[in-house]
Design a protein around this ligand. Structure first.
Ligand SMILES: Nc1ncnc2c1ncn2[C@@H]1O[C@H](COP(=O)(O)OP(=O)(O)OP(=O)(O)O)[C@@H](O)[C@H]1O
Length: 302
């Protein structure tokens, strides 16, 4: 049965006109540290193909948000070729964001809108003012999103609930038909119906237009059949990057939540073991020889 499902999935993917295109996202030997702090990423690599829907999973602090922000062009990393999105440099080619081809939706109550920059979403203005203030939008797509997200255009943004504000933020983020969408746990405030409808919409966007989505989340409900790929990050290292259908643990009846839970629990156990029984020989790391080395530097312990 699973073999059949897999075969069908592969056939469907092969038929898509964009399946032979080059990567939507390519990260090659990326290094990144916040200011003078220890690095979050060291020699990080990732390849994301057009039309795919990636789940980004990992423990708190593993680097998911940082990765999404780098992909969104919010942090500079090395030269132009290190992080490539839609064949451009995520950081240097500002046109990627200005055109709406590259969209990022994060947890903060702001929305980056092309050349207008960061727009706050909490002042005394209406949802209509926010949504209709975005220029150059296909009215049919706008209506579809307003309906999908069940937005009342009379909502005053300083008097709405978190979930209602989130709907407006998501609507604004999706007004342009993006090519690459980066989502950082934005469905957390949505009710079940809104979340499932939105996931269906995203699936449609990928299947019909070849759009690509990378979605960082800790909520796995309904994602087993939604995602095409999964990337698991542990302490800034890409531990797994594979098709969902090829994850061995998911081939039995276990659900995604249990699989990810078991990965994260074994991470915690390993960390505890290392703390209880650190191996005494320390090789010099390229990041210095501080007497206290955080967990991601454990790789330099032998
Ligand atoms: N602005 C910042 N300045 C300095 N360090 C930061 C900053 N933002 C994140 N970090 C650090 O970078 C590492 C990765 O954080 P990040 O927010 O990317 O993790 P995450 O996987 O998204 O976590 P969560 O699941 O909690 O959202 C953490 O060690 C964190 O402390």
């Amino acid at each position: 049965m699973l073999q059949r499902r897999k075969k069908m999935g592969e056939e469907e993917e092969n038929e898509k006109p964009w399946s032979n295109s080059s990567s939507s996202i390519r990260v090659c030997g990326m290094q990144f540290a916040y200011d003078a702090q220890s690095p979050v990423f060291v020699d990080f690599n990732l390849n994301v193909s057009p039309g795919s829907r990636w789940l980004l999973v990992g423990a708190n602090g593993s680097g998911k948000t940082t990765l999404l922000k780098i992909l969104a062009g919010k942090h500079m990393v090395g030269g132009r070729d290190v992080v490539s999105v839609l064949n451009g440099s995520a950081f240097h080619d500002t046109q990627l964001v200005c055109s709406g081809d590259l969209a990022y939706l994060g947890a903060s109550w702001t929305k980056t809108l092309g050349s207008a920059g960061e727009i706050p979403l909490q002042g005394d203005f209406s949802a209509e003012h926010m949504i209709f203030g975005v220029e150059g939008i296909d009215p049919v797509r706008r209506e579809k999103l307003i309906e999908l997200l069940d937005i009342d255009l009379r909502w005053r943004m300083h008097k709405v609930s978190d979930g209602q504000r989130r709907r407006v933020q998501i609507c604004m983020g999706l007004l342009h038909p993006f090519q690459v969408l980066l989502l950082d746990e934005v469905t957390v405030d949505l009710d079940v119906v809104a979340r499932m409808d939105l996931l269906d919409f995203f699936k449609e966007e990928c299947d019909q237009r070849g759009a690509t989505i990378v979605y960082a989340t800790h909520i796995f409900d309904g994602l087993e059949t939604w995602a095409t790929h999964l990337a698991y990050i542990q302490d800034g290292q890409l531990r797994r990057a594979e098709k969902l259908l090829e994850i061995d643990e998911l081939k039995s009846s276990v659900n995604l939540l249990s699989v990810v839970e078991s990965w994260l629990r074994s991470e915690t156990k390993c960390e505890k073991k290392k703390l209880i029984n650190p191996t005494p020989q320390i090789q010099v790391s390229p990041f210095g020889t501080s007497p206290f080395m955080p967990s991601r530097h454990m790789a330099y312990y032998r």
